[in-house]
Design a protein around this ligand. Structure first.
Ligand SMILES: Nc1ncnc2c1ncn2[C@@H]1O[C@H](COP(=O)(O)OP(=O)(O)OP(=O)(O)O)[C@@H](O)[C@H]1O
Length: 324
C-alpha cells in the first residue's frame, strides 16, 4: 500500500478498532488513516459496518476494543474539545417537522457549546445559503422533499465551519441533480480546507469524488490507499477512434497486442494496445489515416480493484444508474 499524504497531519486514525454486538463482530480490527485535505471514501456493501464505525468515531457508540484519534485527540475521551470542530450527518438528518429549516438551524446552533448568540443569525444564513436552501425557508420541514432535508442536515453540519466533515451516505435518496449539488458542495468545501470523510455503498460515487479510499468487507478493512495508486496504469494505451477497423488492420503486427471494442464513451470504437509507446502508436495511426479522438494510458477501474479485495465481490455494491 502506498503511504497517505506524506507529512499531512492525521485527522482520523484508528488502531484495531473493534465493535461486537453479542456474537456479531460488526467492526473487526480496523486501522483507518485519514489525513488533512483528504476526501476519504469509506466504501462497503450494506451491513459491512460503515455506520457502526462512523458512530464510534463520533462517540455515539462505545468501541469494544481498539483506539482512535480524531483531529489528533483521543476519542471518546476528548469528545468535548473534538466534536465542536467536526460537522456530522449520520443516519438521515433529524429535524423538528413543524419548524422551518431556519428555526431548526437556530435551535441546533443554540445547543452547541460556543456559538455566540449575536452572530447566530448570520451563521444560520450562511449555512442555508451554502446548501441552496435560503430562498425556500419559510416552509416547515415537514413540507421538505428528502433532498431538502438532506441539505438541511448538511447545513447543520456546516454551522461551525468544521475542519472535518463526517457524513454517512450523504446522497442517499437524492435525485441525480441533488446528488450533483451535494458533490459539488463537498468538493468546494474540501478545496477551502475541510477534510471530508464520507461513507457510501456506491462505487461510482467514491470513484468520482474521493482522493483516498477505504473498503470495508464484513467488518474488516480490506483495502486502504490513495485513489491515484488504486487506479494506477495497466500498461496498455487506450485509444478512441471512429475508424476502428482501419486502426486494427494497421496495428496487426506480431509485437502489438490489441483488444478492440465499439463501446467508447464518445460513441466511436476503443482500442487497448500493449507493445507500442503512446507517441509511436499515435504517429502510426495518424500516418495511416486513422482519426484519433482520445489517446492515453488505460487505468485500472476501482470496481476491479474492489472486486479483487472483497470476498463478496462487487454485486452487493450499488450502482447509481440502478437507483430510483
Ligand atoms: N445495535 C446493534 N445491535 C446488533 N447488531 C447491530 C447493531 N448495529 C449494527 N449491527 C450489526 O452490525 C453489522 C454492521 O452494521 P452497520 O449498520 O454498521 O453496517 P453498514 O455498513 O452501515 O450498513 P448499512 O449501509 O446497511 O447501514 C450488521 O450485521 C448489523 O446487523
Amino acid at each position: 500500500m502506498s503511504a497517505a499524504r506524506e507529512g499531512a497531519p492525521s485527522v482520523i486514525r484508528t488502531a484495531a478498532l473493534t465493535k461486537r454486538f453479542g456474537r456479531v463482530t460488526a467492526v473487526d480490527a480496523v486501522d483507518l488513516d485519514v489525513r488533512e485535505g483528504d476526501v476519504y471514501g469509506f466504501l462497503g456493501a450494506n451491513g459491512s459496518g460503515k455506520t457502526t464505525t462512523v458512530r464510534m468515531l463520533l462517540g455515539l457508540v462505545l468501541a469494544t476494543s481498539g483506539e482512535m484519534d480524531v483531529l489528533g485527540e483521543p476519542m471518546p475521551g476528548s469528545a468535548r474539545s473534538v466534536l465542536p470542530r467536526v460537522g456530522a450527518m449520520v443516519e438521515g438528518p433529524g429535524a423538528y417537522p413543524h419548524l422551518s429549516g431556519r428555526a431548526n438551524l437556530a435551535m441546533f446552533d443554540a445547543t452547541g457549546p460556543d456559538g455566540s448568540r449575536r452572530t447566530r443569525g448570520q451563521r444560520v444564513e450562511e449555512a442555508l445559503e451554502r446548501v441552496g436552501l435560503a430562498s425556500v425557508d419559510m416552509r416547515p420541514v415537514r413540507a421538505y422533499s428528502l433532498g431538502m432535508r438532506q441539505r438541511l442536515g448538511l447545513a447543520a453540519a456546516l454551522l461551525r465551519r468544521p475542519r472535518l466533515l463526517v457524513l454517512d451516505e450523504p446522497t442517499n435518496g437524492l435525485d441525480p441533480q441533488g446528488i450533483n449539488e451535494i458533490r459539488t458542495l463537498l468538493l468546494e468545501l474540501n478545496r477551502e480546507g475541510t477534510t471530508v470523510f464520507l461513507s457510501s455503498h456506491l462505487l461510482g460515487e467514491i470513484e468520482q469524488m474521493c482522493t483516498r479510499v477505504g473498503v470495508l468487507d464484513g467488518g474488516r478493512l480490506v483495502l486502504q490507499d490513495q485513489m491515484d495508486a488504486l487506479r494506477g496504469p495497466t500498461g496498455r494505451t487506450e485509444v478512441h477512434t471512429p475508424d476502428l477497423d482501419l486502426a486494427r488492420s494497421l496495428l496487426a503486427t506480431a509485437h502489438v497486442e490489441v483488444e478492440a471494442s465499439d463501446e467508447a464513451s464518445d460513441g466511436g470504437g476503443r482500442l487497448l494496445v500493449r507493445g507500442l509507446e503512446p507517441a509511436d502508436l499515435n504517429a502510426r495511426l495518424v500516418e495511416g489515416g486513422v482519426r484519433v479522438t482520445q489517446l492515453g494510458p488505460e487505468r485500472r477501474r476501482l470496481e476491479d480493484v474492489v472486486l479483487a479485495a472483497t470476498t463478496s465481490g462487487t454485486d452487493r455494491f450499488g450502482r447509481e444508474g440502478a437507483r430510483a
